[in-house]
Ligand binder design. Structure first.
Ligand code: ASP
Length: 309
């Protein structure tokens, strides 16, 4: 049987050991384990990579611990605007949504854009119309309310600042989420979901829903999901850059991912990390920040749940 594997992340940033209570750390590890194992079970039962990444990301979106779905950060207007993308490596099929509100699982809406529309990327009001047409329930703002996120926002509300929830409030919560997987047929997929940056305005969109920047999958090379300061990841076209280094320079997954996160993106001062798999089931999870919530599991026995370096 071919090696199958999954990797997930819950955001990268200033995650320094000792800044978080042990109880909270336990909660994070547990949430990562639940999502990772659910995705892994899909693969173990012969399911597809695309189903595995959607399953894992939905569970991370449902957790208030991460900045995606429930637990998304506040915008400058005190609302929640979420972005998500999903991509299949087999046919380069992709779907993405941006600036959506009230949707419990943005990753599933991105998947529906891929499966049920002729388009790849729907944004704002139009994306909401598409969701309503598919009978998505629009949740009350209460569903997304979270005290820690609210306090993060109060700290910079009415300023020109905006903040990666990962990096400033050291006692804060972290976490754009993502998953990448390789299934038993050697097909790979990637999904990413986020609430973006605290106090964002003007319809700011980060890298997460942008195919090639924060999310990408191609069976010939790799599936990638990124996290970090989106502006840099867009400029570095990070997810596609990893794929290009593998395709054109014939770098291994590990070397390509390392090169992008620890050299190329650092050269423009970009902070963050990524998770990646290739069609042989290899996994890479580099980051250039103090930490990244991450977990992985492979049918070859490799297994990890980590937060710090
Ligand atoms: N990359 C995301 C963004 O810029 C943020 C994150 O990874 O937490 O929207």
């Amino acid at each position: 049987m071919k090696t199958f594997s999954i990797a997930i992340h819950g955001g990268a940033g200033t995650l320094v050991k000792g800044l978080m209570t042990e109880a909270l750390e336990t909660q994070y590890r547990k949430a990562l384990k639940v999502a990772r194992n659910a995705g892994y079970d899909v693969l173990k039962n012969g399911g597809t990579a695309i189903d595995a990444v959607e399953t894992a990301v939905k569970l991370l979106e449902d957790s208030p611990l991460f900045n995606a779905g429930k637990g998304s950060v506040f915008t400058a207007e005190g609302t929640h605007e979420m972005d998500a993308a999903i991509m299949e490596g087999k046919n380069l099929e992709a779907g993405a949504v941006s600036l959506i509100t009230g949707i419990k699982n943005p990753v599933s809406l991105a998947r529906d854009v891929m499966d049920k529309s002729y388009h790849v990327f729907l944004a704002g009001e139009g994306a909401m119309q598409f969701a309503k047409g598919l009978d998505y329930k629009v949740e009350n703002p209460d569903y997304f309310y979270d005290e820690v996120r609210y306090q993060q926002w109060q700290g910079i509300k009415d300023t020109e600042g905006f903040q990666l929830d990962h990096s400033v409030k050291k006692d804060g919560k972290f976490g754009t989420v993502g998953a990448v997987a390789c299934d038993q047929n050697g097909n790979i997929a990637a999904a990413t979901s986020t609430g973006g940056m605290t106090n964002k305005k003007w319809g700011r969109v980060g890298d997460s829903p942008m195919i090639g920047a924060g999310n990408y999958a191609n069976n010939k090379t790799c599936a990638v999901s990124c996290t970090g300061s989106g502006e840099f990841f867009i400029r570095g076209v990070v997810a596609y850059d990893v794929s290009c280094l593998m395709e054109y320079k014939e770098l291994s997954l590990e070397d390509a991912a390392y090169e992008v996160i620890n050299k190329r993106i650092l050269e423009i001062k970009g902070d963050g990390g990524l998770i990646a798999v290739d069609a042989q089931g290899n996994i890479a999870m580099p980051f250039n920040t103090e930490g990244m919530y991450r977990a992985c599991k492979s049918s070859n026995g490799e297994e990890e749940i980590s937060i710090y370096k």
